[in-house]
Design a protein around this ligand. Sequence first.
Ligand code: MRU
Length: 385
Amino acid sequence: MNVQGRHYRTIWVEGEGAQAVLRIIDQTVLPHEFRIIDLHSVAEVCRAIREMWVRGAGLIGATAAYGVWLAAREAEHLSAEEFRVRMAMSMEALRVTRPTASNLVWALKRQQSALEGLHGAAATAAAFAEAQTIADEDAEFCRRIGEHGKGIIEAIAAKKPGQPVNILTHCNAGWLAFVDHGSALSPIYAAFDAGIPVHVWVDETRPRNQGASLTAWELGQHGVPHSLIADNTGGHLMQHGMVDMVITGADRVTRCGDAANKIGTYLKALAAADNGVPFYIALPSSTFDFALRDGVREIPIEERSADEVRVMTGALQDEEGTTEQGATSAEAPRTASVLICPESTPARNWAFDVTPARLISGLITERGVCPASEEGVLGLYPEQK
Ligand code: MRU
């Protein structure tokens, strides 16, 4: 994807051998600053995932895969047995950074197989190659999701000539959440690039505001028409015929089609069902957890710090509503955090909820679109029967 005319992936490697560094875009400072961070060790990678410098199912998986490469490089000098023990510890440290997205464990399993029986420089080389393959696959699968989802948008556009297709999305499942293209936003980019008129309703997505700070930013970079709305607005828009479809991403989807996604997605799905608005989930196969059937009972839901609910961060504005710039024009705007409740108010912060398959019109995957049911999913992925 392009940022100010230059192509970026969300994660990449620069340099060679022992000097090579892993680069990421710090998503905690967007949209006010575009900052690139270098990661040198598996400990730094764990921190980047846990503290959400990187986030989104696909990107979490790719980052963990590169984390295994850095862990192997750090342990290159160890004997075969010491290497095996150290790598098991590093993989466990990566695994526990965030519990909900399937892609994390999926990427670690891929790396485990790639490293089977290896240690020393051969292991580092194998882990690097596998991380690159995982990143390339993620980008390519998201591109294909865009192609498959574009057909659905095109069909709606054909029924309302001359008017934009209004699509509601929740959280950020764009290129920032993957290595490139995104899942939920990929069909929107593909439709927009093909000249189909689209307009996106962007849920702000409390408490971390991924919609306001990330989705609005990346849609703006691509020139896609969009409007930011408060999280509770979607139902009202649907009642008034102002939403043609909903597309969200997912962090984990069971073999029966139940989908965990950012907290609040379930309420949008209920409103969509009540108003006859098609509700799609877009995901690459790395987000399926084929071992699970019942998402509400079985998908682990991350609970994060209460302060993410109690405190909000943003750019400072003066009394006229103008954003306060940094000391020089090249510097990012000044930001600040503010407490939005009484000092002593306790809060709870579940990061995800599960939308049952019965509320989902279809799953948009890299292999095509299928019904959200075991039959539908296994029709596309027969090897998982
Ligand atoms: O907590 P995050 O920001 O890592 O949340 C994950 C998400 O970005 C969303 O739930 C998204 O819709 C699915 S991940 C592509």
